[in-house]
Design a protein around this ligand. Structure first.
Ligand code: 13P
Length: 254
């Protein structure tokens, strides 16, 4: 048995003005007013963090996350945001290694490892994303791909750091495509990740870490994916932009 509280996060990506963010949060707070069945994390764009943080003061169970950070503590990095700035504005979580950052911004494993360490040092929980491309899935190479992504960033980290991490499995072919992994595919990949965590870091890390699935999650498919034994939560993109669909995904946690 374990105490892996389910965790549903919404990654808003590059969407929502401050006014739109505020109205989405208020509607969500209304729809989730009586719900306490899992952790909920909202990851708005940087520009909306402060105003969303203010609104979330009245519902501490809904927590704030950022979508990115720079690993340096401060300095001449024009356009970047540090971990301590995120924590200062009220963030508790930060997404690290999203496939869109890896693909469009050339983020390497070494850079992601620095980000993850910076996040944990500032008291943030990194939501660390891994996931294979379609070609790797079709060629049956997904386990090798996941193994190398995990190993490159998490190798030799102590349990005290690893236990702060939420690991998100986001197959690239399922992101924004409407092509969700089947519950069986999600379970198989999550079980594999847990097995790799056990090999690298031992049983307590492997059984204690929370694993999320992300990729075309909708209110229709959330429940079945969440029912898989190694799936502890969801990282939701498109369906988190609308209060009705995100709330219904959250409410599908049993
Ligand atoms: P979609 O839910 O839009 O497929 O996005 C998933 C994602 O990238 C969340 O980080």
């Amino acid at each position: 048995m374990n105490a892996r509280t389910k965790i549903i996060a919404g990654n808003w990506k590059m969407n929502k003005t401050v006014a739109e963010a505020r109205s989405l949060v208020c509607e969500l707070q209304g729809r989730l007013a009586t719900f306490s069945g899992c952790d909920v994390v909202l990851c708005p764009p940087f520009t909306a963090l402060a105003s969303v943080a203010k609104l979330l003061e009245s519902t501490p169970r809904i927590q704030l996350g950022a979508q990115n950070l720079h690993p340096a503590p401060k300095g001449a990095f024009t356009g970047e945001i540090s971990a301590s700035m995120l924590s200062d504005v009220g963030c508790r979580f930060v997404i690290v290694g999203h496939s869109e950052r890896r693909r469009y911004f050339g983020e390497t494993d070494a850079f992601l490892r620095d980000k993850l360490l910076a996040a944990v040092s500032a008291g943030l929980h990194p939501i660390f994303c891994v996931g294979e491309e379609l070609a790797d899935r079709e060629a049956g190479r997904w386990p090798d791909h996941l193994r190398s992504q995990l190993q490159a960033v998490l190798h030799d980290l102590p349990p005290s750091i690893l236990m702060e991490v939420v690991l998100a499995y986001e197959p690239v072919w399922a992101i924004g495509t409407g092509r969700t992994a089947t519950p069986e595919q999600a379970q198989e990949a999550h079980a594999f990740l847990r097995q790799e965590l056990e090999r690298l870091h031992g049983n307590s890390v492997a059984t204690g870490l929370r694993l999320q699935y992300g990729g075309s999650v909708t209110p229709e498919n959330a429940r079945e994916i969440l029912a898989q034994p190694d799936v502890d939560g969801l990282l939701v993109g498109g369906a988190s932009l609308e209060a009705g669909s995100f709330a219904s995904i959250v409410l599908s946690v049993e």
